[in-house]
Design a protein around this ligand. Structure first.
Ligand code: AHR
Length: 505
Protein backbone atom coordinates (compact mmCIF):
# COMPACT_ATOMS: atom_id res chain seq x y z
CA UNK A 1 0.00 0.00 0.00
CA UNK A 2 1.18 3.53 -0.81
CA UNK A 3 2.05 5.49 2.32
CA UNK A 4 2.09 9.28 2.21
CA UNK A 5 4.01 11.58 4.51
CA UNK A 6 3.06 14.64 6.54
CA UNK A 7 5.35 16.68 8.76
CA UNK A 8 4.73 18.34 12.06
CA UNK A 9 7.01 20.58 14.11
CA UNK A 10 6.13 20.75 17.80
CA UNK A 11 8.21 23.28 19.73
CA UNK A 12 7.90 23.73 23.48
CA UNK A 13 8.41 27.53 23.18
CA UNK A 14 5.67 28.15 20.64
CA UNK A 15 2.70 28.35 22.94
CA UNK A 16 -0.79 29.44 22.00
CA UNK A 17 -2.13 29.62 25.53
CA UNK A 18 -2.92 27.69 28.68
CA UNK A 19 -5.92 25.53 27.91
CA UNK A 20 -8.99 26.48 29.88
CA UNK A 21 -10.37 23.06 30.91
CA UNK A 22 -13.85 24.48 30.35
CA UNK A 23 -13.39 23.92 26.60
CA UNK A 24 -14.44 20.35 27.48
CA UNK A 25 -17.81 21.39 28.85
CA UNK A 26 -21.24 20.18 27.82
CA UNK A 27 -24.92 20.99 27.98
CA UNK A 28 -28.10 19.53 29.48
CA UNK A 29 -31.35 21.14 28.38
CA UNK A 30 -34.88 20.37 29.44
CA UNK A 31 -35.42 18.85 26.01
CA UNK A 32 -36.42 15.35 24.97
CA UNK A 33 -34.93 12.68 27.23
CA UNK A 34 -31.87 14.64 28.33
CA UNK A 35 -33.17 15.13 31.85
CA UNK A 36 -36.13 12.74 32.19
CA UNK A 37 -34.94 9.30 31.08
CA UNK A 38 -31.39 10.61 30.68
CA UNK A 39 -29.73 11.85 33.83
CA UNK A 40 -32.87 11.28 35.96
CA UNK A 41 -34.98 8.13 36.02
CA UNK A 42 -36.09 7.37 39.57
CA UNK A 43 -37.58 3.96 38.69
CA UNK A 44 -34.45 2.72 36.96
CA UNK A 45 -32.54 -0.09 38.71
CA UNK A 46 -29.38 2.07 38.55
CA UNK A 47 -31.05 5.13 40.10
CA UNK A 48 -29.45 6.57 43.22
CA UNK A 49 -31.33 7.91 46.23
CA UNK A 50 -32.14 11.13 44.31
CA UNK A 51 -33.30 9.33 41.17
CA UNK A 52 -30.15 10.00 39.14
CA UNK A 53 -28.90 7.17 36.95
CA UNK A 54 -25.57 5.96 38.28
CA UNK A 55 -24.61 4.44 34.93
CA UNK A 56 -25.01 7.83 33.25
CA UNK A 57 -23.04 9.59 35.96
CA UNK A 58 -20.25 7.08 35.50
CA UNK A 59 -20.05 7.79 31.77
CA UNK A 60 -20.06 11.56 32.36
CA UNK A 61 -17.22 11.19 34.85
CA UNK A 62 -15.37 9.01 32.35
CA UNK A 63 -15.32 11.95 29.93
CA UNK A 64 -14.44 14.57 32.58
CA UNK A 65 -16.86 17.44 32.00
CA UNK A 66 -15.79 20.58 33.89
CA UNK A 67 -18.94 22.65 33.30
CA UNK A 68 -22.50 21.84 32.22
CA UNK A 69 -24.74 24.48 30.67
CA UNK A 70 -28.33 24.32 31.96
CA UNK A 71 -31.41 24.50 31.66
CA UNK A 72 -31.47 25.56 27.93
CA UNK A 73 -31.18 26.27 25.05
CA UNK A 74 -34.38 27.39 23.43
CA UNK A 75 -36.22 26.06 26.50
CA UNK A 76 -34.83 28.81 28.70
CA UNK A 77 -36.48 31.63 26.74
CA UNK A 78 -39.89 30.74 28.21
CA UNK A 79 -38.72 29.34 31.53
CA UNK A 80 -39.49 30.75 34.97
CA UNK A 81 -36.74 29.64 37.31
CA UNK A 82 -39.10 29.94 40.32
CA UNK A 83 -41.18 27.06 38.90
CA UNK A 84 -38.21 24.75 39.40
CA UNK A 85 -37.55 25.30 43.12
CA UNK A 86 -39.44 24.51 46.32
CA UNK A 87 -41.43 21.41 47.22
CA UNK A 88 -41.72 19.18 44.17
CA UNK A 89 -45.42 18.52 44.56
CA UNK A 90 -46.10 22.25 44.42
CA UNK A 91 -44.10 22.91 41.26
CA UNK A 92 -46.31 23.73 38.27
CA UNK A 93 -46.45 21.77 35.05
CA UNK A 94 -45.79 24.17 32.18
CA UNK A 95 -46.10 24.02 28.41
CA UNK A 96 -42.68 24.42 26.85
CA UNK A 97 -43.18 26.30 23.58
CA UNK A 98 -39.63 25.62 22.42
CA UNK A 99 -40.02 21.85 22.12
CA UNK A 100 -43.83 21.41 22.40
CA UNK A 101 -43.44 19.35 25.53
CA UNK A 102 -44.96 19.51 29.01
CA UNK A 103 -42.33 20.31 31.61
CA UNK A 104 -43.02 18.80 35.03
CA UNK A 105 -40.27 20.71 36.84
CA UNK A 106 -39.53 17.55 38.82
CA UNK A 107 -35.85 18.33 38.26
CA UNK A 108 -34.99 21.93 38.98
CA UNK A 109 -32.14 24.13 40.09
CA UNK A 110 -31.35 22.33 43.37
CA UNK A 111 -31.53 18.86 41.90
CA UNK A 112 -29.41 19.83 38.91
CA UNK A 113 -26.76 21.39 41.14
CA UNK A 114 -26.66 18.12 43.14
CA UNK A 115 -26.38 16.09 39.94
CA UNK A 116 -23.55 18.30 38.64
CA UNK A 117 -21.64 17.87 41.87
CA UNK A 118 -21.95 14.08 41.56
CA UNK A 119 -20.75 14.34 37.95
CA UNK A 120 -17.72 16.40 39.03
CA UNK A 121 -18.96 19.42 37.06
CA UNK A 122 -19.82 23.05 37.74
CA UNK A 123 -23.07 24.56 36.52
CA UNK A 124 -23.28 27.23 33.82
CA UNK A 125 -26.76 28.66 34.24
CA UNK A 126 -28.70 30.36 31.44
CA UNK A 127 -31.25 33.04 32.30
CA UNK A 128 -34.39 33.84 30.37
CA UNK A 129 -34.00 37.04 28.38
CA UNK A 130 -36.77 36.01 25.97
CA UNK A 131 -39.97 36.48 27.93
CA UNK A 132 -38.24 38.00 30.96
CA UNK A 133 -35.68 40.64 31.80
CA UNK A 134 -33.25 42.25 34.25
CA UNK A 135 -35.51 41.93 37.30
CA UNK A 136 -35.69 38.13 37.15
CA UNK A 137 -32.01 38.01 36.19
CA UNK A 138 -31.17 39.83 39.41
CA UNK A 139 -33.50 37.62 41.45
CA UNK A 140 -32.08 34.32 40.29
CA UNK A 141 -28.49 35.36 41.06
CA UNK A 142 -29.63 36.45 44.51
CA UNK A 143 -31.37 33.08 44.96
CA UNK A 144 -28.39 31.01 43.86
CA UNK A 145 -25.42 33.00 45.13
CA UNK A 146 -26.34 35.35 48.00
CA UNK A 147 -25.52 34.08 51.47
CA UNK A 148 -28.89 34.88 53.09
CA UNK A 149 -30.89 37.66 54.71
CA UNK A 150 -32.79 38.72 51.58
CA UNK A 151 -36.04 37.56 49.99
CA UNK A 152 -34.60 35.17 47.41
CA UNK A 153 -31.58 33.92 49.35
CA UNK A 154 -33.89 33.16 52.29
CA UNK A 155 -36.21 31.37 49.88
CA UNK A 156 -33.29 29.13 48.90
CA UNK A 157 -32.50 28.45 52.54
CA UNK A 158 -36.18 27.64 53.22
CA UNK A 159 -36.00 25.25 50.26
CA UNK A 160 -33.33 23.29 52.06
CA UNK A 161 -30.05 24.75 50.89
CA UNK A 162 -28.31 26.86 53.50
CA UNK A 163 -25.13 27.54 51.56
CA UNK A 164 -25.23 29.38 48.26
CA UNK A 165 -25.22 27.17 45.19
CA UNK A 166 -22.42 29.41 43.94
CA UNK A 167 -22.94 29.49 40.19
CA UNK A 168 -20.01 31.28 38.60
CA UNK A 169 -20.84 31.37 34.87
CA UNK A 170 -24.17 32.69 33.55
CA UNK A 171 -25.53 32.91 30.01
CA UNK A 172 -27.50 36.03 29.17
CA UNK A 173 -30.31 34.32 27.28
CA UNK A 174 -30.00 31.98 24.35
CA UNK A 175 -29.91 32.51 20.56
CA UNK A 176 -31.82 35.76 20.84
CA UNK A 177 -31.31 36.43 17.10
CA UNK A 178 -33.38 33.40 16.02
CA UNK A 179 -36.99 33.71 14.77
CA UNK A 180 -37.69 30.40 16.57
CA UNK A 181 -36.82 31.95 19.90
CA UNK A 182 -39.52 32.99 22.36
CA UNK A 183 -39.08 36.72 22.80
CA UNK A 184 -36.62 37.16 19.91
CA UNK A 185 -34.94 40.57 19.89
CA UNK A 186 -33.11 42.80 17.48
CA UNK A 187 -29.40 43.11 18.17
CA UNK A 188 -29.91 46.54 19.72
CA UNK A 189 -32.83 45.41 21.89
CA UNK A 190 -30.82 42.41 23.03
CA UNK A 191 -27.67 44.42 23.67
CA UNK A 192 -29.63 46.80 25.91
CA UNK A 193 -31.41 44.12 27.93
CA UNK A 194 -28.21 42.08 28.22
CA UNK A 195 -26.35 45.11 29.50
CA UNK A 196 -28.94 46.08 32.09
CA UNK A 197 -29.26 42.48 33.26
CA UNK A 198 -25.49 42.10 33.42
CA UNK A 199 -25.07 45.22 35.56
CA UNK A 200 -27.67 44.11 38.07
CA UNK A 201 -26.43 40.51 38.20
CA UNK A 202 -22.88 41.68 38.90
CA UNK A 203 -24.08 44.14 41.51
CA UNK A 204 -25.58 41.18 43.36
CA UNK A 205 -22.45 39.04 42.86
CA UNK A 206 -19.34 40.72 41.41
CA UNK A 207 -17.54 37.38 41.08
CA UNK A 208 -19.75 35.95 38.37
CA UNK A 209 -18.84 35.73 34.67
CA UNK A 210 -21.35 36.51 31.95
CA UNK A 211 -21.80 35.20 28.42
CA UNK A 212 -23.63 37.41 25.93
CA UNK A 213 -25.57 35.62 23.18
CA UNK A 214 -23.83 35.84 19.85
CA UNK A 215 -25.37 34.65 16.59
CA UNK A 216 -27.04 31.25 16.68
CA UNK A 217 -24.88 30.25 13.71
CA UNK A 218 -22.42 31.83 11.32
CA UNK A 219 -25.06 31.24 8.62
CA UNK A 220 -27.56 33.68 10.13
CA UNK A 221 -28.19 36.66 7.81
CA UNK A 222 -27.52 38.98 10.74
CA UNK A 223 -24.21 37.33 11.70
CA UNK A 224 -21.54 39.96 12.24
CA UNK A 225 -23.93 42.87 12.53
CA UNK A 226 -25.51 41.14 15.48
CA UNK A 227 -22.21 40.83 17.35
CA UNK A 228 -21.13 44.37 16.52
CA UNK A 229 -24.39 46.01 17.53
CA UNK A 230 -25.03 44.09 20.71
CA UNK A 231 -21.42 44.32 21.88
CA UNK A 232 -21.55 48.04 21.39
CA UNK A 233 -24.26 48.03 24.08
CA UNK A 234 -22.90 45.53 26.58
CA UNK A 235 -19.15 45.00 26.05
CA UNK A 236 -18.16 46.64 29.34
CA UNK A 237 -20.33 44.36 31.48
CA UNK A 238 -19.92 40.95 29.88
CA UNK A 239 -17.01 38.51 29.74
CA UNK A 240 -17.66 36.19 26.82
CA UNK A 241 -19.60 36.09 23.56
CA UNK A 242 -21.32 32.84 22.69
CA UNK A 243 -20.95 30.99 19.39
CA UNK A 244 -23.17 28.10 18.30
CA UNK A 245 -22.52 25.78 15.38
CA UNK A 246 -23.91 22.43 14.30
CA UNK A 247 -22.84 20.67 11.13
CA UNK A 248 -24.96 18.46 8.90
CA UNK A 249 -23.93 16.28 6.00
CA UNK A 250 -26.40 17.26 3.27
CA UNK A 251 -24.49 15.75 0.36
CA UNK A 252 -23.35 12.67 2.30
CA UNK A 253 -19.87 13.39 1.02
CA UNK A 254 -17.22 12.40 3.55
CA UNK A 255 -14.32 14.63 2.37
CA UNK A 256 -16.64 17.67 2.21
CA UNK A 257 -18.15 16.86 5.59
CA UNK A 258 -14.75 16.47 7.26
CA UNK A 259 -13.65 19.84 5.84
CA UNK A 260 -16.33 21.72 7.83
CA UNK A 261 -13.80 22.78 10.45
CA UNK A 262 -12.43 25.24 7.89
CA UNK A 263 -15.70 27.08 8.45
CA UNK A 264 -15.43 26.67 12.23
CA UNK A 265 -12.01 28.26 12.27
CA UNK A 266 -13.18 31.18 10.13
CA UNK A 267 -16.22 31.66 12.40
CA UNK A 268 -13.99 31.88 15.49
CA UNK A 269 -11.62 34.35 13.84
CA UNK A 270 -14.47 36.57 12.68
CA UNK A 271 -16.00 36.78 16.15
CA UNK A 272 -12.58 37.45 17.70
CA UNK A 273 -12.07 40.30 15.20
CA UNK A 274 -15.43 41.84 16.05
CA UNK A 275 -14.78 41.64 19.81
CA UNK A 276 -11.41 43.28 19.34
CA UNK A 277 -12.83 45.95 17.04
CA UNK A 278 -15.35 46.95 19.71
CA UNK A 279 -12.63 46.90 22.34
CA UNK A 280 -10.47 49.18 20.20
CA UNK A 281 -13.29 51.52 19.28
CA UNK A 282 -14.24 51.92 22.94
CA UNK A 283 -10.60 52.35 24.06
CA UNK A 284 -10.96 49.54 26.58
CA UNK A 285 -8.36 47.27 28.16
CA UNK A 286 -10.71 44.39 28.81
CA UNK A 287 -10.65 41.52 26.31
CA UNK A 288 -13.87 39.63 25.68
CA UNK A 289 -13.25 35.94 24.97
CA UNK A 290 -15.42 33.26 23.36
CA UNK A 291 -17.77 30.70 24.82
CA UNK A 292 -18.55 28.18 22.08
CA UNK A 293 -21.44 26.99 24.15
CA UNK A 294 -23.20 24.81 21.58
CA UNK A 295 -21.32 22.70 19.06
CA UNK A 296 -21.74 19.29 17.49
CA UNK A 297 -22.95 17.35 14.47
CA UNK A 298 -26.75 17.48 14.22
CA UNK A 299 -28.83 16.21 11.33
CA UNK A 300 -29.71 12.54 11.72
CA UNK A 301 -32.88 13.10 13.77
CA UNK A 302 -34.58 15.99 11.93
CA UNK A 303 -37.15 13.89 10.04
CA UNK A 304 -37.81 11.67 13.03
CA UNK A 305 -38.56 14.72 15.17
CA UNK A 306 -41.09 16.05 12.67
CA UNK A 307 -42.84 12.66 12.77
CA UNK A 308 -42.89 12.68 16.57
CA UNK A 309 -44.48 16.13 16.63
CA UNK A 310 -47.04 15.12 14.00
CA UNK A 311 -48.15 12.30 16.25
CA UNK A 312 -47.87 13.86 19.67
CA UNK A 313 -47.35 17.31 21.03
CA UNK A 314 -47.08 18.16 24.72
CA UNK A 315 -46.07 14.69 25.84
CA UNK A 316 -43.44 14.66 28.59
CA UNK A 317 -39.90 13.74 27.59
CA UNK A 318 -40.57 13.01 23.92
CA UNK A 319 -37.56 11.25 22.32
CA UNK A 320 -36.39 14.31 20.40
CA UNK A 321 -33.04 15.06 18.73
CA UNK A 322 -31.84 11.49 19.24
CA UNK A 323 -29.12 11.51 16.59
CA UNK A 324 -27.38 8.17 16.22
CA UNK A 325 -23.80 9.14 15.44
CA UNK A 326 -21.64 7.26 12.98
CA UNK A 327 -17.90 6.94 12.59
CA UNK A 328 -17.43 9.94 10.26
CA UNK A 329 -19.30 12.12 12.79
CA UNK A 330 -16.67 11.15 15.36
CA UNK A 331 -13.93 12.28 12.98
CA UNK A 332 -15.53 15.69 12.50
CA UNK A 333 -16.02 16.03 16.26
CA UNK A 334 -12.31 15.24 16.67
CA UNK A 335 -11.43 17.99 14.19
CA UNK A 336 -13.73 20.42 15.97
CA UNK A 337 -11.89 19.73 19.24
CA UNK A 338 -8.56 20.25 17.45
CA UNK A 339 -9.91 23.60 16.21
CA UNK A 340 -10.81 24.68 19.75
CA UNK A 341 -7.33 23.74 20.96
CA UNK A 342 -5.80 25.76 18.13
CA UNK A 343 -7.84 28.74 19.27
CA UNK A 344 -7.27 28.20 22.98
CA UNK A 345 -6.08 31.79 23.39
CA UNK A 346 -9.65 33.03 22.80
CA UNK A 347 -11.99 30.04 23.16
CA UNK A 348 -12.23 29.64 26.92
CA UNK A 349 -15.47 27.69 27.17
CA UNK A 350 -16.93 25.18 24.71
CA UNK A 351 -19.94 22.97 25.38
CA UNK A 352 -20.59 19.88 23.33
CA UNK A 353 -24.34 20.06 22.78
CA UNK A 354 -25.61 18.06 24.37
CA UNK A 355 -24.58 15.37 26.88
CA UNK A 356 -27.24 12.66 27.24
CA UNK A 357 -29.73 11.36 24.63
CA UNK A 358 -30.25 14.74 22.91
CA UNK A 359 -27.58 15.06 20.14
CA UNK A 360 -25.35 13.43 22.68
CA UNK A 361 -22.26 11.29 23.25
CA UNK A 362 -24.15 9.25 25.88
CA UNK A 363 -27.36 7.36 25.14
CA UNK A 364 -29.79 5.53 27.39
CA UNK A 365 -32.88 3.40 27.02
CA UNK A 366 -35.66 4.06 29.50
CA UNK A 367 -35.44 1.19 31.97
CA UNK A 368 -32.49 -0.17 29.98
CA UNK A 369 -28.84 0.35 29.22
CA UNK A 370 -26.49 3.26 28.79
CA UNK A 371 -23.84 3.33 26.07
CA UNK A 372 -21.26 5.55 24.41
CA UNK A 373 -21.90 6.87 20.90
CA UNK A 374 -19.01 7.21 18.44
CA UNK A 375 -18.51 10.90 19.28
CA UNK A 376 -17.97 10.04 22.94
CA UNK A 377 -14.41 8.94 22.24
CA UNK A 378 -12.72 12.00 20.71
CA UNK A 379 -14.49 14.12 23.32
CA UNK A 380 -13.26 11.92 26.18
CA UNK A 381 -9.73 11.73 24.78
CA UNK A 382 -9.43 15.49 24.35
CA UNK A 383 -10.79 16.12 27.83
CA UNK A 384 -8.46 13.56 29.41
CA UNK A 385 -5.26 14.27 27.53
CA UNK A 386 -5.66 17.81 26.15
CA UNK A 387 -4.79 19.64 29.34
CA UNK A 388 -2.02 22.12 30.09
CA UNK A 389 -0.79 24.31 27.24
CA UNK A 390 -1.85 24.38 23.63
CA UNK A 391 1.13 24.57 21.25
CA UNK A 392 1.36 26.39 17.94
CA UNK A 393 2.47 23.56 15.67
CA UNK A 394 3.47 23.60 12.03
CA UNK A 395 1.81 20.91 9.94
CA UNK A 396 2.84 20.27 6.39
CA UNK A 397 0.33 17.93 4.80
CA UNK A 398 -0.94 17.18 1.30
CA UNK A 399 -4.23 18.99 0.65
CA UNK A 400 -7.47 18.44 -1.25
CA UNK A 401 -10.31 20.48 -2.69
CA UNK A 402 -13.97 19.66 -2.11
CA UNK A 403 -17.36 21.22 -2.86
CA UNK A 404 -17.11 24.09 -0.35
CA UNK A 405 -13.40 24.41 0.45
CA UNK A 406 -10.02 24.39 -1.20
CA UNK A 407 -6.66 23.44 0.27
CA UNK A 408 -8.01 21.26 3.04
CA UNK A 409 -5.10 19.47 4.76
CA UNK A 410 -5.57 15.71 4.82
CA UNK A 411 -3.82 15.66 8.16
CA UNK A 412 -5.49 17.86 10.74
CA UNK A 413 -3.30 17.89 13.84
CA UNK A 414 -2.36 19.85 16.91
CA UNK A 415 -0.42 19.27 20.13
CA UNK A 416 -0.56 20.02 23.83
CA UNK A 417 1.99 19.80 26.62
CA UNK A 418 0.98 19.09 30.18
CA UNK A 419 2.62 20.46 33.30
CA UNK A 420 4.83 17.41 33.63
CA UNK A 421 6.24 17.97 30.13
CA UNK A 422 4.32 15.16 28.42
CA UNK A 423 3.23 15.93 24.87
CA UNK A 424 0.02 14.75 23.22
CA UNK A 425 -0.63 14.99 19.50
CA UNK A 426 -4.25 14.88 18.35
CA UNK A 427 -4.67 14.05 14.71
CA UNK A 428 -7.44 13.31 12.21
CA UNK A 429 -6.54 11.72 8.90
CA UNK A 430 -9.21 12.92 6.45
CA UNK A 431 -7.86 10.81 3.62
CA UNK A 432 -10.28 8.02 2.72
CA UNK A 433 -7.69 5.87 1.00
CA UNK A 434 -4.19 6.50 2.23
CA UNK A 435 -2.32 5.80 5.41
CA UNK A 436 0.23 8.48 6.35
CA UNK A 437 3.48 8.51 8.21
CA UNK A 438 3.46 11.59 10.41
CA UNK A 439 7.01 12.84 11.00
CA UNK A 440 6.92 14.74 14.28
CA UNK A 441 9.86 16.95 15.17
CA UNK A 442 10.06 16.98 18.97
CA UNK A 443 13.68 18.04 19.33
CA UNK A 444 12.95 21.02 21.56
CA UNK A 445 11.71 18.70 24.31
CA UNK A 446 13.72 16.71 26.77
CA UNK A 447 13.81 13.06 25.83
CA UNK A 448 10.30 11.80 25.05
CA UNK A 449 9.16 8.26 24.47
CA UNK A 450 6.02 7.10 22.69
CA UNK A 451 3.84 5.79 25.48
CA UNK A 452 0.54 5.26 23.69
CA UNK A 453 -1.13 5.57 20.33
CA UNK A 454 -4.92 5.49 20.64
CA UNK A 455 -6.79 4.95 17.39
CA UNK A 456 -10.43 5.28 16.44
CA UNK A 457 -11.14 3.75 13.06
CA UNK A 458 -13.85 1.73 11.35
CA UNK A 459 -13.90 0.51 7.78
CA UNK A 460 -17.48 1.73 7.40
CA UNK A 461 -17.95 5.49 7.80
CA UNK A 462 -21.62 4.88 8.61
CA UNK A 463 -20.90 2.42 11.44
CA UNK A 464 -22.68 3.24 14.72
CA UNK A 465 -22.83 2.02 18.31
CA UNK A 466 -26.08 0.66 19.70
CA UNK A 467 -27.21 -0.77 23.01
CA UNK A 468 -26.82 -4.27 21.53
CA UNK A 469 -23.45 -3.50 19.94
CA UNK A 470 -21.98 -0.70 22.06
CA UNK A 471 -18.33 -1.27 21.10
CA UNK A 472 -18.76 -1.42 17.33
CA UNK A 473 -16.85 1.86 16.99
CA UNK A 474 -14.41 2.00 19.89
CA UNK A 475 -10.79 3.00 20.44
CA UNK A 476 -8.03 0.47 20.07
CA UNK A 477 -4.24 0.56 20.13
CA UNK A 478 -2.91 2.29 17.03
CA UNK A 479 0.08 1.11 14.96
CA UNK A 480 2.38 3.58 16.75
CA UNK A 481 5.87 4.10 15.36
CA UNK A 482 9.36 5.08 16.40
CA UNK A 483 11.08 7.96 18.21
CA UNK A 484 14.77 8.57 17.57
CA UNK A 485 16.84 11.67 18.40
CA UNK A 486 13.70 13.73 18.99
CA UNK A 487 12.06 12.73 15.72
CA UNK A 488 9.00 10.52 15.74
CA UNK A 489 7.51 8.62 12.83
CA UNK A 490 3.95 7.59 13.55
CA UNK A 491 1.69 5.60 11.26
CA UNK A 492 -1.70 7.28 10.83
CA UNK A 493 -4.26 4.99 9.18
CA UNK A 494 -6.62 6.29 6.49
CA UNK A 495 -9.75 7.92 7.97
CA UNK A 496 -8.90 7.89 11.63
CA UNK A 497 -8.81 9.80 14.92
CA UNK A 498 -5.48 9.48 16.72
CA UNK A 499 -4.17 10.39 20.14
CA UNK A 500 -0.40 10.03 20.28
CA UNK A 501 1.04 10.36 23.76
CA UNK A 502 4.72 11.08 24.31
CA UNK A 503 5.94 10.95 27.88
CA UNK A 504 9.16 12.14 29.43
CA UNK A 505 11.65 9.34 29.64
O1 AHR B 1 -29.14 22.09 21.40
C1 AHR B 1 -30.40 22.11 20.79
C2 AHR B 1 -30.87 23.50 20.47
O2 AHR B 1 -30.08 24.06 19.48
C3 AHR B 1 -30.80 24.51 21.59
O3 AHR B 1 -31.91 24.48 22.41
C4 AHR B 1 -30.74 25.81 20.86
O4 AHR B 1 -30.06 26.79 21.59
C5 AHR B 1 -30.09 25.47 19.55
O5 AHR B 1 -30.79 25.98 18.48
Amino acid sequence: MLVKHAKMIVDRDYMISRIDPRIYSSFIEHLGRAVYGGIYEPDHPMADEQGFRRDVLEKVREIGVPLVRYPGGNFVSGFNWEDSVGPREQRPKRLDLAWFTTESNAVGMHEFADWAKKAGSDVMYAINLGTRGPEQARDVVEYANHKGGSKFSDMRIANGRKDPIGIKVWCLGNEMDGPWQMGRKTAYEYGRIANESAKMMKWVDPDIELVASGSSSSEMPTFGDWELTMLNECYENIDYVSLHRYYGNPTADTPGFLARTMDLDAFIHTVVSICDAVKGKKHLKKTVNLSFDEWNVWYHSHEQDNEIWKQEKWGPALPLLEDVYNFEDALLVGSMLITFLRNADRVKIACMAQLVNVIAPIMTRNGGGCWAQTIFYPYMHASRYGRGTSLRVLVDSPKYDCSDYTDVPYIDATATVDDAGNVTVFCVNRDMQEDYVLDVDLRSFEKLTLSEHILLHHDDVKAVNTEANPMNVAPAAGPGGTVKDGRAEIRIPALSWNVIRFTRA
